[in-house]
Design a protein around this ligand. Structure first.
Ligand SMILES: *Cc1c(COP(=O)(O)O)cnc(C)c1O
Length: 385
């Protein structure tokens, strides 16, 4: 991060790092002393910025990081993040040596993967691995005792591998019906018990289980969505053990304002027609920024009031209807708070019939991220420059 990157465009996402810190500190207090928090910063920190979130989370008490791919882990190393990083998804055995060299932990669940990886790790190096168990997610993982024993026999006595962890992933921890979660947890306890030696970290909880089920904390909790201040599901919202503070907001500034007369049209397809004399403003944000066409009709905030997006959303711009004339440069908030009024990420998710996770992830890399700490801008990342 460091200095603020140059930006030429009046559209930006603002990331409140105090809120990231607060959410991590709250989770840290919520779990037992012996349980670590793993900060999940995959997908560029759920769209918030991987390195800035990682630093904030580590300073607030997270012990290590998790990402989905080895490329994401390597990107963090390039940004001088030295903390341990777990890659939770599948990696190629051919890249095991590169991971070992960078002290990046890989997820393993196949004997053949290990046999192949051996040839790529220098004899002086050690690859840290976490074994993944499939307890009902049906995605990645060991499913039988035989598979585990074969894996253990490949690793036994081989200094190039160190089993540092074992984990699984819940499919339904965010749903108020606990039956399937309980089935997965007891299956995991059984499977972890098959291991010849208990590894240092045994973990199963995503945010939802971390917030709701102390019995699933074990000795590490993988904190993703809740670190960003968002609830894992709408039904869980009333059940949170501590309040979450949203870190993401999205803003732009009016680029042009004009008065349309009754009958005049707006945007592609000329689908919107002014019903009377109307003030229409143009915003420099569109679907290439992740503000997708389905958001037509969504409200945004300006001067602290809600105004609608009218006409089709274009690739780089969209139009809003104002209650009165406003000057070019007036700030418009698409997600976040303005003058006491607030548009939550969840409101956008509901409009799009999706989950909050998808909303922050879809704001594209064309939108610079600006970081705030103690109310001050402390840096920014413009991925184009
Ligand atoms: C993304 C991910 C998480 C984080 O889940 P949240 O619901 O965002 O807390 C945890 N574990 C695995 C394996 C994941 O892929």
């Amino acid at each position: 991060m460091g200095e603020q990157t140059k930006m030429y465009r009046d559209t930006w996402a603002e990331i409140n790092l105090d809120h990231i810190s607060y959410n991590v500190e709250s989770m840290k207090k919520h779990v037992d002393e012996g349980t670590i928090v793993i900060a999940v910063v995959k997908a560029n920190g759920y769209g918030h910025g991987d390195a800035a979130v990682a630093e904030a989370a580590l300073n607030a008490g997270a012990s290590c990081l998790a990402v989905a791919t080895l490329d994401e882990a390597m990107a963090l190393r390039k940004k001088k993040i030295a903390a341990p990083i777990l890659v939770m998804g599948a990696s190629r055995p051919e890249n095991a040596g590169d991971a070992a060299k960078e002290n990046i932990t890989l997820t393993v669940f196949q004997k053949d993967w290990l046999s192949a990886a051996k040839g790529y790790i220098k004899s002086a190096d050690t690859l840290h691995i976490h074994l993944k168990f499939d307890t009902g997610m049906g995605r990645l993982g060991i499913r039988s005792r035989d598979e585990l024993q074969e894996i253990e026999s490949v690793i036994k006595g081989d200094k190039r591998f160190l089993i540092e962890g074992a984990f699984t992933h819940f499919a339904t921890a965010d749903s108020l019906d606990n039956a399937y979660f309980e089935q997965q947890l007891s299956r995991f306890e059984e499977m972890a018990g098959w291991m010849e030696e208990a590894p240092k970290y045994v973990h199963s909880s995503n945010s939802a289980a971390g917030l709701r089920f102390p019995q699933a904390h074990l000795n590490a909790v993988r904190m993703g969505i809740s670190m960003y201040g968002l609830a894992p599901s709408m039904e869980m919202k009333p059940e949170l053990p501590f309040p979450l503070k949203e870190a993401f907001s999205l803003h732009t500034r009016i680029a042009h304002v004009k008065k349309l007369h009754k009958g005049e049209k707006v945007s592609y397809g000329a689908t919107y027609e002014a019903g009377e004399d109307e003030w229409i403003a143009t915003l420099p944000i569109g679907y290439a920024d992740g503000w997708i066409r389905k958001l037509q009709g969504q409200e945004v905030l300006t001067e602290g009031i809600r105004v609608p997006i009218v006409g089709r959303i274009c690739m780089d711009q969209c139009m809003i209807k104002l209650p009165h004339e406003m000057p070019v440069g007036t700030q418009v908030t698409l997600i976040g708070e303005q003058g006491g009024e607030k548009i939550h990420v969840d409101e956008i998710a509901q409009k799009l019939e999706t989950i909050n996770y998808e909303v922050t992830c879809m704001v594209s890399s064309r939108v610079p991220r600006i970081y705030k700490r103690d109310g001050h801008i402390i840096g920014g990342v413009n991925y184009l420059l």
